[in-house]
Design a protein around this ligand. Sequence first.
Ligand SMILES: [Zn+2]
Length: 198
Amino acid sequence: MKSVSDLSIIAYPHPALRVQAKLIKRVDTRLEEVVKRMFELMYEHKGVGLAATQVGLPLQLFVMNPSGRADEGEQTVLINPVLSKPRGSEVAEEGCLSLPNIHGNVTRAKTIHVSAFTIEGREIDRDFTQYEARIVQHETDHLQGRLFIDRLIDREVAKVQDELDTLATNFHSRQRLGQIGDDASLLAELSQWESEYC
Ligand SMILES: [Zn+2]
């Protein structure tokens, strides 16, 4: 099993980005370390949210901070999030740390209700709105193996197709060079985390 300090952000089309993350049944100090590492990676790459699947963990957990800065805003950790009661809709441009250099317009609910747990085991049951609601929806999608490019209209997909092809070419050539494992071995790594926390 990979050590926490070795976790890094994985890029499209890594197969772990397409798995359905599992419910977390227990939290320990290592999972707390994972959360710290995820915030570290998120700030380092100037993101506002990061899902566990993006660091290769098939667990229902994500971190966010709308300010994108370690010294500002509010850090939130959500475990086993369930979204409900979408209200309103809004189109805005999104990007993703697992899809570098790709942006596109995505329609999201303006307000969304979230039931989840914090890393301390506290229940969260509240509405998120506007930008925060967008982050929550984007990250919860990740936990279901869904990426924002899946929600782009055809015309927008056409605009980013070249970039997607480049990412895929890079990924597959790194696999051929043995710098990253083949899909089967990458997916096998996930089951260790599952058996530990799910
Ligand atoms: Zn993302």
